[in-house]
Design a protein around this ligand. Structure first.
Ligand code: GRG
Length: 300
C-alpha cells in the first residue's frame, strides 16, 4: 500500500502542478471575476480520477508522463466545465459541488456559463500548445489523434450527447427499454470521459493494448456511474460534498431506479470484476488494480 500511496501522490502532485500552470498562465494575465470563477471551479478540489488514470496508464505503457500530463489537464478542464454547466438551473440545478457552492451560485449564472465556456476553450488551447511543444518527443500525428479522441469522447457523440438524453429521455429512440436507455446515457455521459484519458495513454504509446484499454475504460465508466448512483441513494452531504437523494427526487433514470439498490450493487461488482480481468490481460503492475478497488469501494 505504501508503494501505491507514493505513486498516487507523485501522479497527483505532477498533475496539480501542470493544471495550476495551465490555468494561471491564462487567467492571471488580468485579474477579473471570470478568472476567479474559472480558478474556483477547476482548482478547488475534485478527486482527479481521470488525470490519475491517464498518468498511471501512460506509465504502465512506457509513455513519458511529462507528455501525458498535458492531456490529463485537458481532460480535467473538460470534465470540470461539464460539472459547472451540469449544476446550472437549466440542467441539474445543484447548489453545491466539491463540498462548496457550485460556481454559478458563487458567481452568478452568467459567469457560471462563461467559466464553463472558458474551461472548454482553454482545454483546446492547452492540448494544441502541448502538441507543438512536444513535437520532438512524440509523433505529432499520434498527438493529434490523442487530442481528437478526447474531443470525440466529450462531444455530441459522447458526453454532451449523453447529457442531452439524460435531460430529455424522450428524445432517444422510441420504445427503448429503460435499461437500453440507461446504458446509452451511462456509456456517453460518463464512460466516454473515463475512457478518454486511458485511450490517450494508449494512443501516445503507439496503440498498445488499445482494444483492451477501450473495454477497460468502458467497464470502469459503468462502475464509476453505478457507484455514483448508489452513493446518491445511500450517502450524505458531508461525505459527497453535494446534495444527495436528488436522483430519486427528480425521478431520474439511474442504475438504482432500474435495477434496485441491491441490483445496482451486484452490477457494480460485475463491472469491477471485468475491470480486474482486463488488467490481468494487460499485465498491470498493481497500481491500476489498486486504484479501481478504491473506485469500487469509494465513499465520495
Ligand atoms: C453539461 C455537457 C454537460 C455534461 C454534464 C458530468 C456531467 C455531464 C454531469 C454531472 C453529473 C453526473 C452524475 C455525471 C456523471 C459522471 C460523474 C459521476 C461525474 C462526477 O465526477 P467525479 O465524481 O467528480 O469524478 P469530481 O468532482 O471528483 O471531479
Amino acid at each position: 500500500m505504501e508503494k501505491y500511496n507514493g505513486k498516487y501522490k507523485t501522479y497527483l502532485d505532477m498533475f496539480e502542478c501542470a493544471l495550476k500552470k495551465a490555468v494561471n498562465g491564462v487567467t492571471h494575465r488580468k485579474s477579473n471575476l471570470l478568472s476567479d470563477a474559472v480558478n474556483y471551479a477547476v482548482l478547488g478540489g475534485g478527486k482527479r480520477v481521470r488525470p490519475i488514470l491517464c498518468l498511471a496508464t501512460a506509465d504502465l505503457l512506457g509513455v513519458d508522463v511529462s507528455v501525458a500530463v498535458d492531456y490529463a489537464v485537458t481532460v480535467e478542464m473538460i470534465h470540470t466545465y461539464s460539472l459547472v454547466h451540469d449544476d446550472l438551473p437549466s440542467m441539474d440545478n445543484d447548489d453545491y459541488r466539491r463540498g462548496k457552492l457550485s460556481t454559478h451560485k458563487k458567481y452568478g449564472e452568467a459567469l457560471g456559463i462563461l467559466a464553463g465556456d472558458g474551461l472548454l476553450t482553454l482545454a483546446s488551447e492547452n492540448v494544441l500548445s502541448a502538441i507543438s511543444r512536444n513535437a520532438g518527443k512524440i509523433d505529432p500525428l499520434r498527438a493529434v489523434k490523442a487530442a481528437k479522441t478526447i474531443f470525440e469522447c466529450a462531444g455530441v457523440n459522447g458526453m454532451v450527447g449523453g447529457q442531452a438524453v439524460d435531460l430529455n429521455p424522450g428524445s432517444y429512440t422510441e420504445n427503448a427499454l429503460p435499461n437500453e436507455l440507461l446504458n446509452y446515457i451511462i456509456e456517453n455521459k460518463t464512460a466516454k470521459m473515463i475512457q478518454a484519458p486511458i485511450l490517450v495513454a494508449s494512443i501516445l504509446s503507439g496503440d498498445k493494448y488499445y482494444d483492451e484499454l477501450k473495454d477497460f475504460g468502458r467497464n470502469l465508466g459503468f462502475l464509476f456511474q453505478i457507484t455514483d448512483d448508489i452513493l446518491d441513494e445511500e450517502s450524505n452531504f458531508a461525505e459527497l460534498g453535494k446534495t444527495c437523494g436528488k436522483d430519486k427526487k427528480d425521478n431520474k433514470l439511474t442504475s438504482v431506479s432500474v435495477y434496485g439498490l441491491n441490483g445496482a450493487k451486484e452490477l457494480a461488482t460485475e463491472y469491477y470484476k471485468s475491470c480486474k480481468d482486463i488488467l490481468i490481460k494487460i499485465d498491470d503492475k498493481g497500481f491500476l488494480t489498486d486504484f479501481i478497488e478504491t473506485i469500487y469501494k469509494r465513499k465520495h
